[in-house]
Every structure is written in structure tokens, then in C-alpha cells.
Design a protein around this ligand. Structure first.
Ligand code: M6R
Length: 359
């Protein structure tokens, strides 16, 4: 039930702080330690490489998950789009472990990979929002997102729930492997900061509606740019804008712009920079200036600790590995308001279904 909300998408965006709290209460003990099936952790420990598989937004959540697993658990991790992976002949490591990310647990492209994985006898984990879904039944292990039903076609709370659960899993795996970074990663405190940070952004939604009017309502194309983990969020941010507001948006690695794509920048083209990582903040800022000098209408989404006076949207500070949980929220709201004020059906964009059960 939408309650007083005009569309499910806005309701689901608003639910994200509670989803973070819910995940902490399900998967963390009183003392903040992860509570994850020890057998699952053993199976992951036995792996020499982790393969994350997903489609659309779930693939984008996987891109963040790989960074979490590599940084906290030091296990090499690859991420693949399921529809591609299913028909390649990838050379796998000797002891692979597969993680399937799927909100619905029914995506046919991802299932095709899981069938192959099962035929080869490899262990797997499905992270899904739907208990007893196909992918959850057919994988060796399952973890539930506990995000509550996601009705809007555009995925929002499933993305942030997937990332938060990947962080808990990476912390748990890193701890059993004796990684100091994992031991020092205070996931409970961080998820608390994330929940209040999300709420602070959501409380500014009127500001985001104004920005959507200024930047996105009258444009045929737009760019999100960033580096590293910010680049992965720019892919998700662009997908949101494409699927519900029909703006041809592209997420781009900001350093790659000058290798060709900058030719598309004209007077007034919106370019939104995501800046949350200390190491690359200066570089992304200079890439933004390059687009500005070619006429781009630039906007920034910046983590507090890196903010400068003329930044557009400032998000609260959290651990750099968890910034996608916050930087994506303004992008979700920008897409929402652009779609809403164009008079489109936000929850049911044209040509799309919630769950894609054909290959
Ligand atoms: O249910 P799944 O997570 O497997 O779905 C994957 C994609 O179809 C899904 O994320 C899609 O990209 C969304 N519409 C994006 O908002």
C-alpha cells in the first residue's frame, strides 16, 4: 500500500534509513559483530576468487560489493553482467565462489549463470529480497535483504540494502581471515551514520526537486561522472534517470571523458560529478572544470569532508567504502522528480517490467 505517497518509488526511497536499521538488527549482534552462517563463511574462505553476478541495478551493487570484499577480506573479486557471463567461456579460478545479486530472485539472465554454476558443482550464495525465489532456492546459500517488497520498477532500496549486506558479509569474511582492516571496520556505527545521513538527504527533497527543474527537466541528455567507487554510483545514477525520466543519461569514468566523450558537451549539457573519495576528488573536480569550460551545466554531489563552498549537494561523512549508500540517494530523488514533473508514470516506466524473466 502506497499510503499517502503518490508513487511507490518515493515511499521506497524514504524507507531506506529503516532498511539500514533493519539489516543491522538482523545481521549484527549486540556487540556489533556480524551474525553470518559459519558454513557460508567457510565456503567463502575456501575460495581463491569470488565472482559476483547480477543485472541492472543489482550489477551496480555488485561493483560496490567487489570493492568491499577486496578491501575488507582481501579476496580477489570479479563482477559480471549475468546476460554476458552466461554465454562467455570464462576461465575461472581453481576454487571459485559465486554470489548472485537479485532483488526479485527471478531474473532469467542470472538464473542461466546459476544453472551452469550448479552443473559444475561450484558453491554459491544468492542475496535477494524474496524468500523462496528461484535463485534463492537453487543456490547453496541465501541471505535475505529484509527490505520489504519493492514495487516500483526502478530499484532503490534494494540497491542500498544489497550494498549494506555486502559490507556486513565482507566484514564477517575479513574477520575470520584475520584482516585488521575488517576488525577495525565498525559496521554497526557506520550503518547508524548511514541511516541518519540518508534521512538528512531525504529531508532536503524539496531542494532536489528544484535542482531537477533547473538541470534536468529540459534536457535530452545528461552525464554523471566520477572515479572508482563514485564511477560505479554514476552508472546507477544514470540508469535511474534513463529508465523513469527518459533522459539519455550516461555514467562515465571522469578520466575517460577527454578520450572522446567530451565532444558531446554543449552549452547547457548537465554534468553531475560525484566526489566522495579523497584520493581522486581533485582529479574529478578538474574533469568537471574541463566540461564547464565547454559549456556544461555542472552540479556536484560531494561528501562533507571534501566539500567546497560552491558545491551543490553535500552528503554526510561516512567511511569511504560506504559512500554509495548516501551518494545514490540524491540521484534517486533527482530521477524521481524529473519523471514526476514530466507527468510520467514513475512506478511503471514504458517498455519495462519489474522482474525480467526472459533472457
Ligand atoms: O530482480 P533483479 O535485482 O535481478 O533485477 C535486475 C534488474 O532487472 C533491475 O535491477 C533493473 O535494472 C531495475 N529496473 C533498475 O532500476
Amino acid at each position: 500500500d502506497k499510503g499517502t505517497y503518490p508513487f511507490y518509488m518515493l515511499k521506497e526511497i524514504d524507507e531506506q534509513p529503516n532498511v539500514m536499521r533493519q539489516l543491522a538488527s538482523v545481521y549484527l549482534a549486540e556487540n556489533g559483530n556480524p551474525v553470518i552462517d559459519p558454513e557460508l563463511l567457510e565456503a567463502m574462505q575456501a575460495a581463491d576468487r569470488i565472482y559476483i553476478v547480477g543485472a541492472g541495478t543489482s550489477y551496480h551493487a555488485g561493483l560496490v560489493g567487489a570493492r568491499l570484499l577486496e578491501n575488507l577480506a582481501h579476496v580477489p573479486t570479479e563482477v559480471h553482467v549475468s546476460s554476458e557471463f552466461a554465454y562467455e567461456n570464462p576461465i575461472l579460478s581453481d576454487n571459485p565462489f559465486f554470489i548472485f545479486l537479485s532483488q526479485s530472485g527471478e531474473t532469467a539472465d542470472s538464473r542461466e549463470v546459476l544453472v551452469n554454476v550448479n552443473n559444475s558443482g561450484y558453491p554459491s550464495l544468492t542475496i535477494t529480497n524474496v524468500q523462496n525465489s528461484t535463485l534463492s532456492r537453487e543456490a547453496t546459500y541465501t541471505l535475505l535483504l529484509h527490505a520489504g517488497p519493492e514495487i516500483a520498477v526502478a530499484s532503490t532500496k534494494a540497491y542500498t540494502a544489497q550494498i549494506a549486506l555486502e559490507a556486513i558479509l565482507a566484514k564477517a569474511l575479513g574477520e575470520v581471515e584475520g584482516q585488521i582492516v575488517a576488525q577495525n571496520f565498525d559496521i554497526r556505527q557506520q550503518l547508524g551514520l548511514v541511516a541518519t545521513g540518508m534521512q538528512a538527504i531525504i529531508d532536503e527533497k524539496q531542494e532536489l526537486e528544484k535542482l531537477s527543474n533547473d538541470y534536468l527537466m529540459d534536457t535530452a541528455r545528461a552525464f554523471y561522472i566520477g572515479r572508482g567507487i563514485d564511477y560505479t554510483v554514476s552508472l546507477e545514477a544514470a540508469l535511474k534517470l534513463k529508465e523513469i525520466s527518459y533522459v539519455q543519461a550516461e555514467g562515465f569514468a571522469s578520466g575517460e571523458l577527454k578520450h572522446g566523450t567530451i565532444a558531446l558537451i554543449e552549452d547547457g549539457t548537465p554534468v553531475i560529478g560525484i566526489i566522495t573519495q579523497e584520493k581522486t576528488a581533485g582529479l574529478t573536480r578538474s574533469n568537471l572544470v574541463e566540461t564547464k569550460s565547454r559549456g556544461a551545466h555542472i552540479m556536484t554531489i560531494v561528501r562533507q569532508g571534501l566539500a567546497q563552498p560552491d558545491d551543490t549537494i553535500v552528503i554526510p561523512d561516512v567511511e569511504e567504502l560506504l559512500t554509495p549508500l548516501l551518494s545514490v540517494v540524491p540521484a534517486q530523488l533527482l530521477a524521481y522528480y524529473t519523471s514526476l514533473n514530466k507527468g510520467l508514470d514513475v512506478d511503471k516506466p514504458r517498455n519495462l517490467a519489474k522482474s525480467v524473466t526472459v533472457e
